[in-house]
Write a protein that binds this ligand. Structure first.
Ligand code: TRP
Length: 321
């Protein structure tokens, strides 16, 4: 199967990114043909600081490599190194109805949050459709909030194929139940734009500060606690297997649990979980030339697939005069 997903470099990568997408992608590379990329064209819709975008794009590459993406086994690249995607976006734009884009939850949410709506933000789902269709992806692992975007991609592909002939593969979103929505320290979805993230590679004192500020309820120590309504429990659970989760649940249900103690434990759990990757990450950060070489080689390989789909699409709509 051809599996594809991208991640925005709009800030440091956090536990939400890791459990909703990165971890699954790294696992998928064992059994599937994997396309994994950093979507810096998408990040341009909201990031207006060039240095910030450069830094976060580079660091996202480094984080993936440190965590185990193998550029020889997969297609690992930066979106803007494949300019074909912008051409396909334009072709697809002309069969994408305004009504479809107006119904996008993600667009409406961003506007509601006060983000200035520009054309790029409105057209975001068309660029994402191009990202997916350009490589014939079948499975797209994403968080729950991106499900609608994948459905829009199917709609666009279907319309293209019925108007111009079978060119594109219809993709399917892969949403994993338990990691569908990962709460941040305030209980809302963990997201850079809510300022509620716990970053994967934060220094220990910053990690501690974040974990200690996870919002919990005001139940007294001698009261039983409700694991199902607790952010701290939800975040801790990401690192536990079924048995660990059951044990933590039991501690919650018995009087005497101190949230502060659970938080201190969680700091260690998160720190130790990412420990094996820290040295590799430091080494990569110190060798930008190597990282750039890896990314350019990845782009070259991905482009080999992209040009084939683009050529078919150009011919299908009549751009090959
Ligand atoms: N919109 C996705 C997000 O914010 C990122 C993305 C861009 C993507 N292109 C993609 C995800 C293609 C999957 C496939 O999470």
């Amino acid at each position: 199967m051809r599996v594809l997903s991208g991640i925005q470099p709009s800030g440091a990568l956090h536990l939400g990114n890791y459990f909703a997408m990165m971890k699954r992608m790294i696992e998928h590379q064992k059994n599937h043909e994997l396309f994994c990329f950093i979507v810096n064209y998408h990040a341009l819709t909201t990031v207006k600081d060039a240095d910030f975008l450069r830094k976060n794009t580079f660091e996202a590459c480094v984080d993936f490599l440190a965590l185990g993406i193998d550029p020889d086994k997969s297609y690992f690249y930066v979106q803007s190194d494949i300019p074909e995607v912008t051409e396909l976006t334009w072709i697809l734009s002309n069969i994408t109805e305004m009504g479809l884009l107006k119904r996008a939850h993600s667009y409406k949410d961003k506007i509601a949050k006060g983000i200035e709506p520009n054309h790029g933000l409105f057209a975001y789902p068309v660029l994402m459709a191009a990202d997916i269709l350009l490589y014939g992806a079948e499975i797209v692992p994403v968080g729950k909030d991106q499900k609608q975007h994948v459905e829009m991609t199917r709609d666009i592909a279907q319309k293209f194929n019925s108007n111009f002939g079978e060119v594109f593969v219809l993709p399917e979103a892969e949403i994993q139940g338990e990691v569908a929505t990962i709460p941040g320290i305030d209980g809302q979805k963990m997201s850079k734009s809510y300022g509620n993230t716990i970053d994967i590679f934060a220094p220990k004192n910053a990690l501690k500060k974040k974990v200690m500020s996870i919002v919990t309820d005001a139940r007294a120590i001698d009261e039983p606690k409700d694991p199902d309504a607790c952010n701290l429990f939800a975040i801790y659970s990401l690192f536990l297997d079924e048995q660990g989760r059951r044990e933590l649940k039991e501690r919650y249900l018995k009087p005497g649990l101190k949230y502060g103690e659970v938080k201190k434990e969680l700091v260690e759990v998160i720190w130790n979980y990412f420990e094996p990757y820290r040295d590799k990450r430091e080494a990569l950060l110190a060798d930008p030339d190597y990282v750039h070489d890896v990314m350019l080689a990845g782009a070259k390989k991905a482009r080999g697939v992209a040009v084939q789909y683009l050529e078919k699409a150009r011919a299908a709509v009549g751009l090959n005069y």
